[in-house]
Write a protein that binds this ligand. Sequence first.
Ligand SMILES: [Zn+2]
Length: 292
Amino acid sequence: MPKKRHVGRFAPTPSGPLHFGSLVTAVASYLDARSNDGAWHIRIDDLDLRRIVVGAEKQILTSLETHGLKWDGPIVRQSTHRDLYQAALENLEKQGLLFACDCSRKALAGQTKYPGTCRDSNRPIRDNSALRIRVPDQPYQFNDLIQGIYTENLTHTVGDFVVSRRDGIPSYQIAVVIDDDEQEVSHIVRGADLMDNTARQLYLRDMLDRPLPRYAHVPVFTHASGVKLSKHSKATAIDDRFPTQNLQTALQLLGQPVPAEKSVAELVTTACANWKRSTVPKTPSIINFVSV
Ligand SMILES: [Zn+2]
């Protein structure tokens, strides 16, 4: 059988400019794909209109281009996949896996695991009901290419989780599984803060009969204060005037050699040739990082 093509992706939410933590993830997934002769796709996570900031998508794409991260094929927007998500939900519904949940946010406040309130109550599905999926009492395990073996039994961690939100928007878990499958993504390189989402996605793939990709979770970079570098922190938006320095800092944080090349294109090519998953730090977060 011919070897399946290596396909990677980066899936930003256009809720603000690219921040440094996301640049690090983009660099990692780009290098991982390109060093394996793979394709690298961009997918825009634009399902939740309330989070979208006008102009942010263009700003993110400009930053990626400025940093020499060139993608393949057309940009995919999640908002164009609604019928695919709906078909997946109908499939799960037919299997008897879904139930309507009318629990208010207040009723569930402070609980990390859904207590199962509506699981057996046979509530009718109303327009404003959330849909949850019944989870099995069994461990899901994967061998992360950076973090190693990870095992999770959803019954003990999150319980029956939401697949369609109260506002009718499909959950991140459904969207990411369908999108990665549609784009034939073989290697998912993303932040370690999504490590504990993986078992939910493996379970959905299992139920939807989709092939399993490989996962590689890179550390989430935090400020010296311990605050995650996120879009909410304006101070950490990357400065496109200094792509070489930004790339060098990203490579250093990823445990890679730091090439001295001054041109962005040369630097990215050298970084690609050097890329090693084995030297990426195996910690879920790195503190004491001061942004450039
Ligand atoms: Zn409920």
